[in-house]
Design a protein around this ligand. Structure first.
Ligand code: SF4
Ligand code: SF4
Length: 264
């Protein structure tokens, strides 16, 4: 076996072992915020010490059309393929933001008997841009990394398709391109890169839009049901919502410290 291949396998196996113990360890290394790929940062770029999101699930329940509006806004702009088999979503589907039920979303809540209305709601899910992201710890090529502002991003060119990050993420937030995604995009947005078969992808917290002074697309499409801002700023919209409402995060006991909060 060649030396460089031996070294890669050693790094990969050590990284894989990190899956189990990742939550118990300290914060992962943070990379400088380079934007993504060829995206540039404008003078009016939006900045935060730690970006976070608050989803008001009550507003989505009041206006269920918002689920589709938010998902479509994200997936169409980001060239996320729609992969169906026999008219049904495929096990090989790619998703950046999606919905599921209460018990699938909040799997380790102590309240086993929520109100019927809360139990019937759908809940949006996306990458939590965790403070201690297990996905980053296990990636053998550093194709995924956490920026200083808390956003966990991907460099698709460095992804070797090993899917360790998918095994490491306890939230199912990552998708693998089992087939060429370009064959499954109704209308390609030329301003955002398409991916290729064999790479992993996920929500970027719209880092490419923040870099040009714009808010994430799901936030803009949510009619005020999703807030986005700096979790370290007590005056930010997200901190005010957190101060005024009861909120949950997904799987808090795992210690990944999600940056996405839910108002119930
Ligand atoms: S939700 Fe999953 S993919 Fe996103 S940062 Fe956390 S561990 Fe990584
Ligand atoms: S933050 Fe951006 S990439 Fe993430 S789910 Fe919302 S629209 Fe999609």
């Amino acid at each position: 076996m060649k030396k460089d291949r031996r070294q890669f396998l050693k790094v990969a196996s050590l990284s894989f072992l990190g899956v189990a113990g990742s939550a118990a360890l300290g914060p992962v290394c943070q990379a400088a915020a380079p934007g993504e790929g060829s995206f540039t940062t404008a003078k009016n770029a939006l900045h935060a010490k730690k970006w976070g999101m608050v989803i008001d699930t009550r507003k989505f329940a009041e206006n269920p059309e918002l689920y589709n509006a938010v998902t479509t806004a994200c997936h169409s702009y980001h060239n996320v393929p729609t992969i169906v088999e026999n008219g049904m979503p495929s096990k090989r589907e790619v998703k950046w933001i999606w919905t599921d039920g209460y018990h699938q979303t909040f799997t380790d809540q102590v309240d086993n008997y929520p109100s019927h209305e809360i139990e019937q709601r759908r809940y949006l899910m996306l990458c939590n841009h965790c403070e201690n992201p297990a996905c980053v710890r296990v990636c053998p090529t550093k194709a995924t990394f956490r920026r200083k502002d808390g956003i966990v991003v991907m460099d698709y060119h460095r992804c070797i398709g090993c899917r360790y990050c998918m095994a490491g993420c306890p939230f199912g937030a990552r998708s693998f391109n089992f087939m060429d995604p370009r064959d499954h995009i109704a209308q390609v947005n030329p301003t955002f890169p398409t991916r290729m078969r064999g790479v992993v992808e996920k929500c970027t917290f719209c880092s490419e839009l923040l870099a040009v002074g714009k808010m994430p697309l799901c936030v803009e499409a949510s009619d005020g049901a999703i807030a986005f801002g700096d979790l370290t700023d007590p005056e930010s919209s997200v901190r005010k919502l957190l101060a005024e409402n009861f909120t949950l995060r997904r799987k808090p006991t795992l210690g990944t410290e999600p940056s996405v909060y839910y108002i119930l």
